[in-house]
Design a protein around this ligand. Structure first.
Ligand code: FES
Length: 152
């Protein structure tokens, strides 16, 4: 079958992510999560293919990607540190922690360091409010008196 023009530049393997969500109700978010899991971000070149598959406008797909903080449009650093910026953590020193992380890591909040080593991102409540200020480092929750790798 010939590839439609809207999907000719789609990243390799994208069809598998799209096929995996065939037939499910409300497939856009599951597709975006699958694409981000596969590529680390949602490549611009994937948007036309996603839109075409779901019979949506590209702007609609872009709108959903930009609405949710968790979706990335650029590749993340090799390590990703998410710092909670919500009220409970702010009351427990999250602002000072964020300033310290920015200075120590040499990267501004919401950015990836130039050498690609680390991405520092804000997040809005990790469900660890009692252990605030809370963070997530490479997918592992970290809180005050809660070492990385802890499961509580
Ligand atoms: S407010 Fe920070 S983890 Fe809930």
């Amino acid at each position: 079958m010939e590839t439609p023009a809207a999907t000719a530049d789609a990243p390799e393997g994208l069809d598998a992510a799209l096929d995996a969500c065939d037939g499910i109700e409300g497939p856009l978010l599951p597709i975006l999560h699958r694409v981000q899991a596969a590529y680390g971000h949602i490549p611009d070149a994937a948007v036309p293919a996603i839109a075409a598959r779901l019979n949506l406008g590209r702007a609609e797909v872009h709108g959903v990607i930009s609405f949710y903080h968790d979706f990335r449009t650029t590749p993340p650093g090799r390590h990703v540190m998410k710092l909670c910026r919500s009220e409970a953590c702010q009351a427990l020193g999250a602002d000072a922690l964020a300033a310290h992380a920015e200075a120590r890591l040499g990267v501004a909040m919401g950015e990836t360091r130039g050498d690609g080593a680390v991405t520092l991102e804000p997040v809005y409540c990790l469900g660890l409010c009692a252990c605030g200020p809370a963070a997530m480092v490479d997918g592992q929750p970290v809180g005050r008196s809660m070492p990385p790798g802890s499961t509580r």
